[in-house]
Design a protein around this ligand. Structure first.
Ligand code: GDD
Ligand code: MN
Length: 366
């Protein structure tokens, strides 16, 4: 045997990063301090941060083999980053923590001890047990967090005080069993794990005093409520309907409203002929649907910059095939004396099914 056992990590700490360049080196120093005597590694998962976090990590990794950095391109998503980081581990235990030092690294040791002793399968750093604290949050964020925690209770199968925590540890093998069934949407990876595990994981919550962010700013400002809704919907009805289709249909329903608004304005307001009005309304709805699907349905892989425009072109191309069917069906029905509203709806329906099926594969391919 040439390899020393001590170089094999017992614990992988997965740390998702997006624009955290000024936090990572401090975090590694604190891990070192907190985990003396333990064989650990840090797996950073960076979504190609514009501030070059990955480059900073590369140079840290060249001096310290316990530091690794996975760089993901053209993707965003806290949950999926954590999942892929954990899947890159071969250690006995995996932990997830934030890079900004709001999660006290000192807690890792008690988490590890708890798991080693078999007192739990999952340990959570919890803000909502005695001794835990949320830090200097404003009333409003606290109220929202508490409401979300109650809603989360709908899918957790067991009472958990802080299912939204981003700080936890479990056996890697247990995680690997669950991984294929995770939703991996949004940023509530712990909730995803807890809701997926059946029978429930034996869980213990250790008090966490949620600290102040060290440098940089929070990323979880936009889309948070929407991603949370998608995760809940997936856990509640995902078995029967893919939640992406629900989202596409939701956006489509709003698109129908836009369509009718434009159509009515053209028909009744400007006296445009039905066919022309229907065609213009369809075009408007295409741009509208593309924009909304890009930020809502495909929130995990939106097209940006020049890809936004090429995406619109491909979506429009797909939709124009859908639109030919749409206008064809609509005018067929209109000529046969259907009410114009009914004719328009039938056209939209035929187009929509085609649009979802094809754009899911081409416009927003993985
Ligand atoms: N790879 C990757 N991709 N990392 C991300 C992304 C992303 O799209 N978005 C955020 N992160 C990283 C951040 O760089 C940070 O290390 C960590 O995820 C948490 O992000 P913050 O922006 O600091 O989140 P927060 O402090 O507002 O929220 C924290 O507390 C919540 C509890 O209220 C997180 O721990 C949440 O998971 C937690 O629910
Ligand atoms: Mn934070």
């Amino acid at each position: 045997m040439t390899r020393r056992a001590s170089t094999v990590p017992e614990l992988s700490i997965v740390i998702p990063t997006f624009n955290e360049r000024d936090n990572v080196s401090e975090l590694i120093a604190r891990l070192e301090q907190a985990l003396g005597g333990i064989a650990w590694e840090a797996i950073f998962v960076d979504d190609d941060s514009p501030d070059q976090t990955a480059q900073v990590l590369r140079s840290l990794a060249q001096r310290d083999p316990r530091v690794r950095c996975m760089r993901r391109l053209r993707r965003r998503g806290l949950s999926s980053a954590c999942i892929e980081g954990m899947l890159a581990s071969s250690a006995t235990y995996v932990a997830v923590m934030d890079a900004d030092l709001q999660h006290d690294p000192a807690l890792l040791l008690s988490m590890l001890t708890t798991l080693r002793r078999g007192q739990a399968e999952l340990v959570i750093g919890s803000r909502y047990v005695t001794g835990g604290e949320v830090g200097d949050w404003q009333e409003q964020r606290l109220a929202i967090s508490k409401l979300a925690t109650r809603l989360a209770g709908l899918v957790t199968h067991q009472p958990i005080a802080d299912p939204m925590s981003g700080y936890f540890m479990l056996r890697r093998e247990r995680f690997e069993q669950l991984a294929p069934r995770l939703s991996s949407m949004g940023f509530k990876i712990l909730l995803d794990i807890v809701a997926t595990a059946k029978p429930p994981l034996k869980t213990l919550e250790l008090p966490l005093v949620f600290g102040k962010r060290h440098a940089g700013e929070s990323k979880l400002t936009t889309n948070v409520a929407w991603e949370f809704a998608l995760l809940l919907a997936d856990k509640l009805v995902g078995r029967w309907v893919p939640v992406r289709f629900l989202s596409f249909a939701f956006v489509g329903a709003l698109g129908v409203a836009v369509h009718f608004f434009v159509l009515t304005a053209l028909l009744k307001g400007l006296g445009v002929a039905f066919l022309a009005a229907q065609a213009i309304a369809t075009g408007t709805a295409i741009v509208y649907n593309y924009t909304l699907n890009n930020v809502l349905t495909y929130v995990d892989r939106p097209r940006r910059g020049s890809r936004w425009f090429t995406g619109l072109l491909s979506f429009a191309a797909i939709c124009s095939v859908g639109a030919i069917a749409n206008v064809g069906v609509a005018s067929f029905m209109f000529e046969r004396a259907s009410a114009w509203q009914v004719a328009a709806l039938a056209g939209i329906l035929v187009g929509a099914v085609w649009n979802f099926a094809v754009s899911n594969v081409y416009t927003w391919r993985r």
